[in-house]
Design a protein around this ligand. Structure first.
Ligand code: TRP
Length: 330
């Protein structure tokens, strides 16, 4: 089969939210019809920050799988699997880690942020290796198209470097992966923070109830310059405007103009985005509820997806051992 492969995934530390949807999930729903699509429940990577909460990670393997089904990822088209059940990923991580310098990892902006400007005092070994294990996730199935949010771009650069280096050292086994960004690779948070994130508490979960959506929108910040309804606004500074753009593009230009002219108040603007989000998330909630009752279906889907991933991983590992010359009992 010559069809290109897509691989992406999510750490199973919490339910997915609107930022995930705009940044990657929406793209995946399209891509599953064009490519051989692999979607990974990254429970091992979740351990890099939550090693003391394995029960939370376990619970969210299922929750995130339900989020996938809710947004329209279709197991007939996409292969959903559990990272920790593919030991070849761990094996590849070890082999790659031998030729990647600590200095290369230290310069990764995400790692740098965590290590407080380069100090190793608070940095865990596994977290330092995050870009390496992520490369193993991508390469075990020779994926070339990686739909991710903006924060993942430095990791993808590392992956491309590691793949080139492996091929140079041992032989051409892996194709170079490419990041695929969505139109909204980073969604602003409800508090105006540049990034919507569960840990910042500024996110709306895809499975949020209708009351939760309304309440969170009501409490969201808007342009601080708009004290009175008719004050001219600066839509670019307002998270609500960004949501109109991301989730109801056909109304965004009108809202932009009305906000700038002070002809729409923040309350009305919020009512409109609430309606947009209810229309978007309502059907997802229903689909989720339907799958929640079909426990056996979800288990079987995960088992089947994992088995298929495993078969491919075994095959890749044979090639890797072959080019490295460590195929001992053959
Ligand atoms: N780090 C990614 C995230 O937090 C999840 C992930 C793990 C991933 N392995 C991957 C994404 C491989 C793309 C490719 O969103």
């Amino acid at each position: 089969m010559t069809q290109e492969r897509v691989l992406t995934g999510d750490r199973t530390t919490g339910r997915l939210h609107l930022g995930h949807y705009a940044g990657s999930l929406q793209n995946r729903v399209q891509l599953q019809h064009q490519y051989d699509t692999f979607i990974m429940l990254a429970d091992v990577q979740a351990l890099t920050t939550h090693f003391d909460r394995p029960e939370l990670i376990r619970e969210h393997v299922r929750e995130v799988a339900l989020d996938y089904l809710a947004v329209g990822i279709d197991p007939e088209h996409a292969n959903i699997f559990i990272q920790s059940m593919i030991p070849e990923i761990a094996e590849l991580t070890v082999f790659f880690s031998m030729f990647v310098k600590v200095n290369h990892l230290r310069h990764n902006p995400t790692i740098k942020a965590e290590s407080r400007g380069g100090s190793f005092d608070e940095l865990y070994y596994g977290f330092l290796g995050y870009p390496i294990s992520q490369t193993a996730d991508i390469t075990f199935c020779k994926a070339t198209i990686i739909p991710v949010g903006e924060d993942q771009l430095p990791h993808l650069e590392s992956s491309r470097y590691i793949v080139r280096r492996f091929n140079e050292l041992y032989g051409p086994v892996f194709p170079e992966p490419q990041a695929l960004l969505s139109k909204f690779p980073r969604l602003i948070g409800l508090d105006g923070n540049a990034k919507m994130s569960k840990s910042l508490g500024n996110a709306i979960a895809l499975s949020a109830s209708s009351e939760e959506i309304a309440l969170k929108v009501r409490k969201a910040v808007t342009d601080p310059a708009r004290i009175h309804k008719n004050d001219p606004g600066h839509p670019e500074r307002c998270p609500i405007y960004h949501y109109h753009q991301a989730f109801r593009a056909d109304e965004a230009a009108e809202i932009h103009a009305a906000c700038e002219q002070g002809t729409i108040g923040c309350t009305e603007c919020k009512h409109r985005i609430t309606k947009t989000l209810q229309d978007l998330l309502g059907p997802m909630r229903e689909r989720r509820a339907a799958y929640e009752t079909k426990r056996g279906f979800v288990d079987e889907m995960l088992q089947h997806g994992t088995e298929r991933a495993r078969g491919i991983a075994r095959h890749t590992m044979e090639e890797v051992r072959e080019v490295m010359g460590i195929q001992y009992f053959k």
